[in-house]
Design a protein around this ligand. Structure first.
Ligand code: TMP
Ligand code: ASP
Length: 235
C-alpha cells in the first residue's frame, strides 16, 4: 500500500491519500493539545498507543455490528480507514458528570446521570466548538435530519457496547466524544478515533483518571495511564 499526499492535518492526526481510491491512511501523532490547542506538548509514544487502542475499539464495535470507517492497523502509528466525509459535529455522550457539563451547570464531578446524555458540538475551532442542539444541526445544514437522528442512536448503542466491554475490566466510561462520516451513498459510519484522548476513563475502584485529563490538569503519568488502558483491553 502506497502512502500518498497529505490531505488533512489535525491536532492529533494526519490523513493521507493511498493508492486505494476508497481508503485513507491515518497517522496518529505524539502531539497532545487541550483548550482548543492553547496548551500543547509532545508525548513520546502517545500516537502509537492511541492507534492500538482505537483499533481495538473499532474492531470490537464492528464485530458487534456497528458500521465504522476502520479497515486495518497497518503500522505502529498508522491505520487504514474507509474514505468518508466527516460531518462537522462532535457527539459527546456522558454517563457521569465531568468536564464542561460540570463547569457549565455548576455540578460536582462524578455524579451518575439517571440516563446517558448525548450532546452535539459544532466542529469549528475558530468558534471554540460551540454546543448546539439537534435542530441547529439539521436546520443549519450541518447534517440531514436522518443523519442526526442516526448518529444520536449510534452514540447511545456505542455507549452500551463500550460499557459492556469496559465494566469487566474495571474501567468506568465517564464520557466520550465521537465523530461520524458519510459514505458516497449517504450512509453514516463511525469515524475518527476512540482513545484516552477522546474519552474519560476512571479506574472503577480508585476513580484514578486514565485519560487525557492527566495532561489537561497537569497530573503527569499520561503514558502510564494510556498503557494501563491498553493492558486492560488486551487482558
Ligand atoms: P468536555 O467535558 O470537555 O465537554 O469533554 C467531553 C468528552 O469529550 C471528554 O471525554 C473529552 C472529549 N473531548 C474531545 O475528544 N475533544 C474535545 O475537543 C473536547 C472538548 C472533548
Ligand atoms: N482536543 C482539544 C484541543 O486540542 C480539546 C481537548 O481535548 O480538551 O484543544
Amino acid at each position: 500500500m502506497q502512502k500518498g499526499e497529505l490531505v488533512y492535518e489535525g491536532k492529533a492526526k494526519k490523513v493521507y491519500l493511498t493508492d486505494r481510491e476508497d481508503a485513507y491512511l491515518v497517522e496518529f501523532k505524539d502531539d497532545a493539545t487541550a483548550f482548543n490547542g492553547k496548551k500543547h506538548a509532545q508525548i513520546e509514544g502517545k500516537g502509537a498507543l492511541n492507534n492500538r487502542i482505537s483499533s481495538l475499539f473499532f474492531q470490537y464495535l464492528a464485530a458487534a455490528g456497528v458500521r465504522t470507517h476502520f479497515l486495518e492497523r497497518v503500522s505502529e502509528r498508522e491505520m487504514l480507514v474507509q474514505r468518508v466525509k466527516i460531518l462537522p459535529i462532535e457527539v459527546v455522550t456522558r454517563n457521569l458528570t465531568a468536564g464542561s457539563i460540570s463547569k457549565r451547570l455548576g455540578l460536582e464531578e462524578g455524579l451518575k446521570l439517571s440516563e446517558p446524555v448525548v450532546e452535539l458540538y459544532l466542529k469549528n475551532d475558530e468558534l471554540g466548538d460551540p454546543l448546539i442542539n439537534i435542530m441547529h444541526a439539521y436546520v443549519l445544514g450541518f447534517a440531514t435530519r436522518e443523519q442526526v437522528e442516526k448518529i444520536e442512536n449510534m452514540a447511545l448503542r456505542i455507549n452500551d457496547l463500550l460499557q459492556q466491554l469496559l465494566t469487566p475490566k474495571r474501567i468506568r466510561l465517564v464520557d466520550f466524544k465521537l465523530e461520524f462520516g458519510s459514505l458516497p451513498s449517504g450512509e453514516v459510519v463511525l469515524a475518527d478515533e476512540i482513545s484516552p484522548d477522546t474519552c474519560r476513563f476512571w479506574d472503577a475502584a480508585s476513580s484514578e483518571k486514565l485519560d487525557k485529563d492527566r495532561f489537561r490538569r497537569d497530573l503527569g503519568g499520561l503514558t502510564e495511564a494510556y498503557q494501563e488502558i491498553l493492558r486492560r483491553l488486551e487482558s
